[in-house]
Design a protein around this ligand. Structure first.
Ligand code: IDP
Ligand code: MG
Length: 132
């Protein structure tokens, strides 16, 4: 069993699709170990995405992620990290495959509906960020 961190981003919360995304999470065989609705402050959002702090999109990303509620989930499944990335689809919804969450619910490369950890080490760090 492997664990990963998922976030239902503020664009999805505003669109009232938390339930649809959680349905998909359950249908894909993940166990929801922990889950919380949060409102990230700018500092928190910046700290979470610190790896991107020198990118041109960083300030916009921080503003977006702190613009409203978000749902953070600790998910467990076999091969959880790669499987959740596959269910999410590519970062840019326009390039995400049909049937992926980002293709279905994403609006732009920034407002792309969901987050998922990208590797074992980042999953551990990101889980620790929200769930002590
Ligand atoms: P990922 O979420 O697919 O792992 P990353 O490259 O780690 O993608 O980027 C983190 C987040 O930053 C993305 O999910 C998206 O919200 C935002 N982002 C990434 N690239 C861009 C961009 O070129 N313009 C605006 N926002 C971006
Ligand atoms: Mg990433």
């Amino acid at each position: 069993m492997e664990r990963t961190l998922a976030i239902i981003k503020p664009d999805s919360v505003k669109k009232n699709v938390i339930g649809k995304i959680i349905n998909r999470i359950e249908a894909e065989g993940f166990r929801i170990v922990e889950m919380r609705l949060v409102r990230l402050g700018r500092d928190e959002a910046g700290a979470f995405y610190t790896v991107h702090r020198n990118r041109g999109f960083f300030e916009d990303l921080v503003a977006f992620m702190s613009s409203g509620g978000a749902v953070v989930l600790l998910l467990e499944r076999e091969n959880a990290i790669a499987h959740w990335r596959a269910v999410m689809g590519a970062t840019d919804p326009a390039k995400a495959a049909p049937g992926t969450l980002r293709r279905e619910f994403g609006f732009s490369i920034e407002r792309n509906a969901v987050h998922g950890s990208d590797a074992r080490e980042t999953a551990e760090t990101e889980i620790g960020f929200f769930f002590k």
